[in-house]
Design a protein around this ligand. Structure first.
Ligand code: GCV
Length: 697
């Protein structure tokens, strides 16, 4: 068990300690740290005895001290609650209200939803309210999720490795399941429920058919049983060729009745073991995965065949739009749109098309994917990456809230005022299904996510999936308070560090719209020079196109015309360098190194300044963190300080290696006063990391 103390206990300890608080905290408790002493817990009454309602009550008791006013947890249908005629009608299945009422003649805080899941979310909302400095007396919370499916995607393999995972092995111990149910599975579900996540895809989208065999279905069922009372459903990634590999069929062609029958029987088998199974996630015809295109069938044919298999059970299919092919000479950024846009309106109504936030692949910055708003007759689920494949793995501090909200807040240009969030939450077209997926950053590390600050990205994903209109800063402040306590200096400093941290990664890895500049395979560290990989679009040189004269990918009408996939005023603004935000300039335009920038510097000087700004930001975070030494427990403080030192070193490495390379291409000197790279280009090119984590061959 984690070695934590009550918030009050922690504060009193910090008062008597002159130096750093000495208690150890391994981060296991995540943001659910407020713990009441067993004999001094709040008085909580549950009007009902469902497993979920019981959990809601026990979470409140566990977190809140006896000084908290009496609390009643209930559903709207409890007779005494019904008599209050509270506004439950707009809360849907999962919403909640938390307010002071007089119930049976007594003043209490009522926590209630239309379902016990809503009540559970309300319990966690009350805990959050109080842990972030809110008062019990004035509590009045009311919220319903705007997005229906709020789902983690685990890229976890059956051998317990995690593709792009930087927090240790998979938390699913497939080998000992279904017999052994690690208590950690409960803590996982509890953490997810506390931020509103209601689904999890257990296995990697690069799927093995074995996960659909009877033994693995039983293992998934054991996890589903643990997760159910917490309001979480289990989903599986399906390997499209499973009918061949497991069923002995000659084909996986979705139009073949034998194939459809195989999937139907497989779905029936899964639902016998997991009655509330959520459905399938599919990566098809992408990066070597099998799919309907192998047979000349369309993505819609494939998705609809699987959708028919789960339909009678209430299941859904999340079909990924992350497709590109080396045989396709079209700009990689255009391929998913070209393939999927014409299919709009042809998907079954229990299919969502799952689209990455940008058109390439989770880069530190990408413009929003042009499919958002372009497929009005199809529910589009957005896929974010919580694990930081391209943002420094677990060791770099990069709070992704600003990345997520930048995309969600982007105007699609399709309809006046329409944002990506409007498309994702289904509001734009009144879709009955809506969803947000986050590629998990969770592993068997004691602190779950590889670092304390990485926990904030899991938290931010959940909070935004519930309400895509929240601000990244508001989420950061809540997380900081729930994670480190309500000391004002700590919250302000931690929030300030977090808010600029993603931009710092953009700056030191390649700003101004550059992307995909990392080394091969593992994606750790710089490799802008790489140009010899088999697939053209795997080479960084494909993306930056730098030469002596200029840099950037011309995606205007004179180039690949990816700009043409955007709509209205957005397409118009991306079409010209003068109207493209400088943060995305080189994504859309190839420009001379001498181009004048808003700063008054030329493009080359500006790029150099960004690298330096990114490195300086990390050094500043180190100073800010140093200032909190006496206020944070030793274990979390030290690990973060060590990681910040790693990040500072690696930010300089990114900067130096990149500048050495750009100078070899543009033959320009560094601006006056700018520090030269520490080594020559040849040295940077020689660096190898054969054992970097998260890389699956
Ligand atoms: C699961 C990128 C990653 C792959 C990942 C893929 C995807 O290419 O590098 O590891 O595969 O995206 O999203 O399917």
């Amino acid at each position: 068990m984690p070695r934590f103390r009550t918030l009050i206990g922690a504060l009193s300890v910090s008062l008597v300690m002159a130096a750093q608080p000495a208690w150890a905290d391994d981060g296991y408790a995540l943001w659910l740290r407020s713990i009441a002493k067993v004999d001094r817990q709040a008085v909580v009454t549950a009007l009902g005895d469902s497993a979920t309602l019981t959990l809601a009550a026990s979470e409140l008791r566990r977190a809140l001290p006896m000084e908290t006013p009496a609390i009643v947890v209930a559903t709207a249908s409890a007779p005494s609650v019904r008599a209050l005629t509270l506004p439950f009608s707009t809360l849907g299945d999962e919403g909640y209200l938390v307010c002071n009422v007089t119930l049976n003649g007594k003043r209490v805080i009522l926590v209630a939803g239309n379902s016990d899941r809503g009540t559970l979310y309300g319990a966690f909302a009350l805990i959050r309210h109080l842990a972030t400095g809110g008062q019990a007396a004035a509590v009045n919370l009311r919220s319903a999720p705007k997005v229906k499916l709020r789902v983690l995607n685990h890229w976890d393999n059956l051998d317990e490795s995690v593709e792009r995972g930087y927090a240790g092995q998979s938390i699913w111990d497939w080998w000992t399941l279904p017999d052994f149910r690690d208590p950690r599975y409960t803590d996982y579900a509890r953490a997810n429920a506390s931020i509103g996540i209601n689904g999890t895809v257990l296995n990697n989208v690069n799927a093995k058919a074995d996960s659909l065999t009877a033994p693995y279905i039983a293992k998934a069922a054991a996890l589903a049983n643990v997760f159910r009372p917490w309001g979480m459903r289990v989903y599986l990634s399906a390997r499209f060729s499973a009918p061949i590999e497991l069923g002995g069929l000659k084909t996986a062609d979705p139009r073949d009745p034998a194939v459809a029958a195989w999937w139907k029987a497989k779905a029936d088998e899964i639902y016998r073991a997991i009655p509330d199974f959520g459905g399938f996630l599919v990566k098809a015809n992408s990066e070597g995965q099998p799919g309907p295109r192998d047979y000349g069938a369309s993505h819609a044919d494939g998705a609809n065949m699987l959708a028919a298999a789960v339909r009678d059970h209430g299941g859904i299919v999340m079909w990924r739009a992350f497709v590109y092919a080396e045989t396709d000479p079209e700009d990689r950024a255009k391929q998913a749109y070209s393939e999927f846009k014409p299919l709009d309106g042809t998907f079954a109504d229990n299919v969502l098309v799952q689209v990455k936030n940008g058109a390439i692949d989770f880069q530190p910055r990408e413009p929003f994917h042009p499919l958002f708003g372009a497929m009005p007759r199809t529910p589009l689920m957005i896929e974010f990456q919580i694990t930081k494949e391209y943002l420094g793995f677990a060791t770099h501090l990069a709070y992704l809230g600003p990345l997520f909200t930048e995309v969600l807040d982007a105007k699609t240009g399709q309809k006046p005022g329409e944002t990506v969030a409007d498309v994702v939450d289904g509001q734009a077209e009144h879709h009955k299904l809506s969803g947000m997926a986050g590629v998990a950053n969770i592993g068997r590390d004691r602190d779950w996510s590889g670092s304390t600050f990485n926990q904030s990205n899991w938290y931010a994903f959940g909070r935004l999936a519930w309400d895509p209109d929240l601000s990244a800063e508001e989420i950061a402040r809540s997380w900081a308070a729930q994670t480190f306590g309500t000391d004002r200096q700590v919250i302000d400093t931690v929030t300030a560090m977090m808010m600029g941290s993603r931009e710092a990664v953009v700056d030191y890895t390649g700003a101004l719209g550059l992307a995909h500049l990392m080394a091969t395979g593992h994606h750790y560290g710089p490799g802008p020079w790489v140009s010899d990989l088999a697939r053209p679009e795997w080479n960084p040189t494909y993306y930056h196109r730098a030469d002596a004269n200029g840099i950037g990918f011309d995606r205007t009408a004179s180039g690949s015309n990816a700009v043409g996939q955007y709509a209205g005023s957005v397409a118009k603004s991306f079409a010209k360098p003068e109207t493209t935000p400088e943060s995305m300039l080189l994504w859309f335009h190839h420009l001379p190194w001498d181009r004048r920038m808003a700063s008054g510097r030329n493009l080359w000087e500006d790029l150099v300044a960004h690298y330096d700004r990114g490195v300086a930001y990390v050094a500043q975070m180190q100073r800010q963190w140093e200032g909190l030494r006496s206020k944070i427990d030793a274990e979390r403080w030290q690990k973060t300080a060590t990681y910040l030192a790693v990040q500072e070193r690696e930010a300089r490495w990114w900067r130096d290696a990149s500048l050495a390379y750009w100078m070899s291409v543009n033959h320009r000197p560094l601006p006056a006063g700018v520090r030269a790279p520490e080594h020559d280009l040849a040295w940077y090119k020689l660096q190898r990391f054969p054992y970097a984590p998260g890389h699956t061959q």
